[in-house]
Design a protein around this ligand. Structure first.
Ligand code: FAD
Length: 469
């Protein structure tokens, strides 16, 4: 088989690239090892986790109504099979939709594992009927969109489903009485939030001295406070897990201080200590494509690898490993291949942690601005002064802007509070457009909304913030 473009991997990077290329008139083949298109995000990442986090949020809100507002519903009864089915149906609907979109665009989908034979050919492993005769595809351009896999250090890999990665946790085999989350990053905290709200006693152990180390500390603090209550104070920072071993139906965990010592048993352990790029066994050694020491594929600013006709996008191309970054890179790579004038402003890739409260940021964080010696002024608006935050009982939130003091342009934004992930879009647009902080302070925001805090924080820059209750 011959084609203009072969895309290896059908996740949010791969299918975005393939669909845009087909829309632009290219002949496109996606090779996907899984039985479905959708990749990590759709099948075992963003979407199933957010479906479960939706349930967690409603459970937490009903508990709050009972506690604070005098409205009782009784003890929630959870039918696990129904819950799993509902989550799986969301995934099935979306993956089914992708099949339809591929057909509509006449994108050929081959279900196989691809491996480079040389710089213009891949070979296909598998026996699915979609695999063309000869089991090879020759291409003019290829895009590596093979994503990443959960990191599972050898010492934690006991070969038992009691020790899970994020995929295992999303399968929701049971609601264990106790679970240890190893790693205080966003995936561990999101899954910990799900299980804790379903009734599990969750503990978190983290090697560093804080949770979510990429985020500014003032944004993490309100979340840490909330999680301490949700996890019954069982957050062990600056603590190393020495070893894991199986003891009947339990997992024995040894902690090596300084904050926690000794051994404790858990029903399940979730290992969420990062993700590894999926670039092994791809036959890259048969091409000129180079990888760095972590296995990410090296590329120039246009996502072109050291092999001129091979591009890389998404998690395989490096941090941040996020679906919207993969999606955008997929589209950018196609524009480059087609020779269109195109730019990709990496500064504004938003990051969102879908915990309760949510944390979101875009542009520079304060820590990054300091490290890069970028002059910046920080203006903050506490949600305690927001009428809407008071009405919904969520006054712990904060909205802040980073402003270039000379040009008065906004260069960063961070938000903590419910709905932060939705609010951050305004900041990404503002930074991408090169807005001055005055553009935001003078934009009328509807009252009473949490989005008003974006305007109020901007007003703080001029000392003109006026609360309207
Ligand atoms: P992937 O989605 O990983 O897709 C790669 C595809 O390539 C896979 O389908 C794989 O089967 C296929 N493949 C690999 N090797 C081969 C081969 N040799 N031949 C053929 N096919 C191959 N991101 C967000 O932005 N927001 C979130 O809320 C979010 N939540 C997450 C929650 C969890 C639990 C996890 C695990 C991840 C989450 N992510 C989230 C991250 C997000 O899923 C990834 O950043 C995104 O999926 C990366 O897209 P990709 O296209 O690069 O690769």
């Amino acid at each position: 088989m011959q084609t203009q473009l072969v895309v290896i991997g059908g996740g949010p990077g791969g299918y975005a690239a393939a669909f845009l290329a087909a829309d632009e008139g290219m002949e496109v083949v996606i090779v996907e090892a899984d039985v479905r298109l959708g990749g990590t995000c759709l099948i075992r990442g963003c979407i199933p986790s957010k479906a479960l986090l939706h349930v967690a949020r409603v459970l937490s809100e009903t508990a709050e109504l009972e506690h604070d507002w005098g409205v009782s519903f009784g003890t929630p009864q959870i039918e696990l099979e129904k819950l799993r089915d509902r989550k799986n149906r969301v995934v099935d609907t979306l993956t089914g939709g992708l099949d339809g979109l591929a057909k509509q665009r006449k994108v050929t989908v081959v279900q196989a594992r691809a491996k480079f034979v040389n710089s213009t050919t891949i070979e296909l492993e598998g026996d699915h009927e979609s695999i063309p005769e000869g089991k090879q595809i020759t291409f003019e351009h290829a895009i590596i969109a093979t994503g990443s896999v959960p990191a599972m250090p050898g010492a934690f890999n006991l070969g038992s489903d009691r020790v899970m990665d994020s995929t295992g946790a999303l399968n929701l085999a049971d609601i264990p009485e106790s679970m240890l989350v190893i790693g205080g990053g966003y995936i561990g905290l999101e899954m910990g939030t799900v299980y804790a709200n379903l009734g599990t006693q969750v503990s978190v152990v983290e090697l560093q001295d804080g949770l979510l180390m990429g985020a500014d500390r003032d944004l993490v603090r309100p979340l840490e406070k909330h999680l301490k209550v949700l996890f019954n104070e069982r957050i062990f920072l600056e603590t190393k897990v020495g070893s894991l071993s199986l003891d009947g139906d339990k997992v024995q965990v040894t902690f090596e201080g300084p904050k926690k010592f000794g051994t404790e048993s858990y029903d399940r352990v979730l290992v969420s200590v990062g993700r590894w790029p999926n670039t092994k066994n791809l036959g890259l050694e048969n091409t000129s494509v180079q990888t760095d020491e972590k296995g990410f594929v090296k590329h120039d600013g246009s996502l072109r690898t050291d092999d001129a006709n091979i591009f890389v996008i998404g998690d395989a191309a490096g941090e941040p490993m996020l679906a919207h970054k993969a999606n955008h890179e997929g589209r950018h790579a196609i524009e480059v291949i087609l020779g269109h004038a195109t730019t990709f402003d990496r500064r504004t890739i938003p990051a969102v942690v879908f915990t309760d409260p949510e944390i979101a940021w875009t542009g520079l964080t304060v820590e990054e601005a300091k490290a890069q010696n970028v002059p910046h002024e920080v203006v903050k608006y506490p949600w305690a002064a927001s009428g809407r935050a008071q009405a919904i009982g969520r006054t712990e939130g904060v909205t802040k802007w980073l402003v270039d003091p000379e040009s008065e342009q906004v260069i960063g934004c961070g938000i903590v509070g419910p709905g932060a992930g939705e609010l951050i879009a305004e900041a990404a647009l503002a930074i991408e457009m090169g807005c001055e902080v005055r553009d935001i302070s003078e934009t009328i925001h509807a009252h009473p909304t949490l989005s008003e805090t974006m305007m109020n924080a901007a007003e703080v820059f001029y000392g003109t913030a006026t609360e309207i209750y």
